[in-house]
Design a protein around this ligand. Structure first.
Ligand SMILES: C=C(OP(=O)(O)O)C(=O)O
Length: 297
């Protein structure tokens, strides 16, 4: 855990480098917005590819382990009828046949995919799928058993930090290999109001952990994610959906295809605009300078 002003070495995630002076790593978080339908998942992969994301992400659960005990028997109205929360969790869970299809489809489309495992057996499952990285969801920052399973994979890890204190993040970072770690600043309020975004935490995390820091956003709109990049975020993750009005908990605070396209477009402009911070006269200024500046002044 080193505090330093030097830029941390980028982390390699498959063919992509994530860090300073690299293209911002944009992750389209499909999560469970596929609503249990692999065809919707494929359409969302298309959306991410067309927007220019480098990766899409899913969530992998073993529902009888990851669903909090006091929530399991709660009754829910769902598109599949009335059922318990646990039954619903199984409805939206992809298993090996669906992930095999997703893997082939993502490879064909040239985009990376990975997932946040929500329990230790899901780490094993994702390892069998040969994912390039694993994401730690904010809710799992304190799940040390799972973090140890993730560290044992030797893969680069993306650690989200919503709903967490610095002490909880310290303990998680102690378990993970900080040479292969990307931390995401996040606030787990859905949808995120601007006054809870606290984007300056990006700098706090950069200085405290000396690793590349990105942003996982749950706001509506694009401004906060774009500002995160201006403040140094090297990765941005946003939930994506085909339609914000679809049934399910995460659709409303997700980006639709046009929103994602605009986000990636604006991030790519910002990457160019941020520059290197060295003050110099730019090539485009020579002509206006010759017209506007008095040489005898
Ligand atoms: C909920 C997740 O992420 P975050 O905490 O970044 O929102 C997730 O990755 O499953």
């Amino acid at each position: 855990m080193s505090a330093t002003n030097a830029q941390p070495t980028p982390v390699a995630i498959g063919e992509h480098q994530v860090g300073a002076d690299q293209p911002v790593y944009v992750i389209g978080e499909i999560g469970i917005n596929h609503n249990g339908d692999v065809e919707i998942a494929k359409k969302l992969i298309d959306v991410a590819v067309e927007a220019g994301c480098q990766a899409v992400k899913f969530q992998k659960r073993t529902p009888e382990i990851s669903t909090p005990k006091d929530q399991r028997d709660k009754i829910r109205q769902t598109p599949w009828g009335e059922m318990t929360y646990l039954e619903y969790k199984y409805k939206v869970e992809f298993e090996e046949p669906e992930y095999t299809e997703i893997d082939a489809y993502a490879k064909e489309k040239g985009i990376q995919w990975f997932a946040s495992p929500w329990d230790a057996p899901s780490v094993e499952f994702l390892e069998k799928m040969n994912v390039p990285t694993h994401k730690v969801a904010s809710a799992s920052v304190t799940d040390h058993e799972m973090l140890r399973a993730l560290a044992a994979t030797g893969k680069p890890i993306i650690l989200s930090t919503g709903m967490s204190t610095l002490e909880q993040i310290d303990a998680a970072v102690e378990i993970l290999d900080s040479t292969k770690l990307v931390i995401l600043h996040s606030t787990s309020t859905y949808p995120l109001p601007p006054e809870e975004a606290n984007l300056r935490t990006i700098t706090t995390l950069q200085e405290r952990y000396g690793v590349p820091v990105g942003y996982s956003g749950h706001e509506t709109g694009l401004q906060i994610s774009i500002a995160a990049v201006a403040l140094g975020a090297v990765a941005v993750e946003r939930h994506i959906t085909l339609d914000r009005a679809m049934w399910g908990s995460d659709h409303a605070s997700s980006l639709e295809p046009k929103g994602l396209e605009n986000l990636v477009r604006d991030i790519r402009i910002l990457e160019k605009a941020l520059g290197d911070g060295q003050k110099r006269v730019m090539p485009g200024e020579f002509s206006p300078m010759s017209r506007l500046r008095r040489v005898d002044a």
